[in-house]
Design a protein around this ligand. Structure first.
Ligand SMILES: NC(=O)c1ccc[n+]([C@@H]2O[C@H](COP(=O)([O-])OP(=O)(O)OC[C@H]3O[C@@H](n4cnc5c(N)ncnc54)[C@H](OP(=O)(O)O)[C@@H]3O)[C@@H](O)[C@H]2O)c1
Length: 246
């Protein structure tokens, strides 16, 4: 039987662990060829082994997403090799500092914005031409309830997630009449390293796993999925629209 994503090329950022790793594996199980990026080579190699066991294939790309020339080189390489990109998962992210806004160090602010926002804009910038060449490109950016909650001491992270939501919705609007569908996914608290770093006293076993979350990212990547400019809320278990401006 043909798998739903066979012959489709999927780029997943932050694929060395956590939600990115699980999403890459879920897409591979569905038949996609995975282009997996992150900085940690060991995590990417572990993913490669799991993808091979699932009967699919991967290209491993060790890359710091703050290296914009590296993103450009990857886009050129994928264009030469595959002439298109079908799925882009903008998942890589960091939690950043937990401190009052006036205590946040400029280098920490810059890093959160660089990884959580600017890198995703650079991905759009360099990969849009390849996405336009797909007959049904599907883009998912991973956001967080932090954007709306705006909790004390989590300012850089919350601001970065508000920015990625605006970025994704803008990209969706710009592609209303193309084959590119752009949506957000909000996982909610998930058992990963990022969560453990931000909430060290929490019992991780009380949280959903990255695999649980990945299973709900997969449907947004199918060629048959037509919604755009929306977000999937994992805890609510459904696709939601953003509030219309008053
Ligand atoms: N876990 C949660 O509770 C939760 C809740 C809401 C939203 N999210 C979002 O879900 C996404 C994934 O988070 P996670 O929980 O799975 O975290 P995680 O386990 O810490 O994984 C983060 C991934 O991002 C990559 N990454 C970080 N900095 C990078 C950089 N400079 N260049 C390239 N890759 C980089 C990491 O790879 P390397 O370190 O190997 O580079 C890793 O693969 C994030 O966008 C996060 O904001 C998570």
């Amino acid at each position: 039987m043909t798998k739903p994503l066979s012959s489709r090329i999927a780029l997943v950022t932050g694929a060395s662990r956590g939600i990115g790793y699980a999403t890459a594996l879920a897409l591979a199980h569905a038949g996609a060829h995975i282009v997996a990026t992150a900085r940690t080579v060991g995590g990417l190699e572990e993913l490669d082994d799991a993808i091979k066991s699932a009967g699919s294939t991967a290209t491993l790309v060790p890359l710091d997403l703050r290296d914009h020339e590296g993103i450009a080189r990857l886009a050129t390489a994928l264009d030469e090799r595959y002439h298109k990109l079908d799925i882009l998962i903008g998942n890589a992210g960091i939690g950043g500092p937990s401190s009052p806004l006036d205590h946040v160090q400029p280098k920490d602010w810059d890093e959160v914005l660089a990884v959580n926002v600017t890198a995703n804009w650079q991905l759009i910038r360099y990969f849009n031409p390849l996405l336009q060449k797909s007959d049904a490109a599907r883009v998912v950016f991973v956001t967080s309830g932090a954007s709306a909650l705006a909790r004390a001491y989590r300012g850089p992270y919350s601001a970065s997630k508000a920015a990625i939501e605006a970025l994704a919705r803008t990209y969706a609007a710009e592609n209303a009449s193309t084959n590119v569908r752009v949506n957000l996914h909000s996982p909610g608290p998930t058992r990963t390293r990022l969560r453990a770093t931000v909430m060290p006293s929490e019992n991780p076993m009380t949280l959903p796993t990255a695999e649980d979350v990945a299973a709900t990212i997969l449907p947004l990547c199918l060629p048959s999925f037509q919604d755009t400019g929306k977000f999937y809320d994992f805890r609510a278990g459904k696709l939601m629209s953003f509030r219309a401006p008053a």
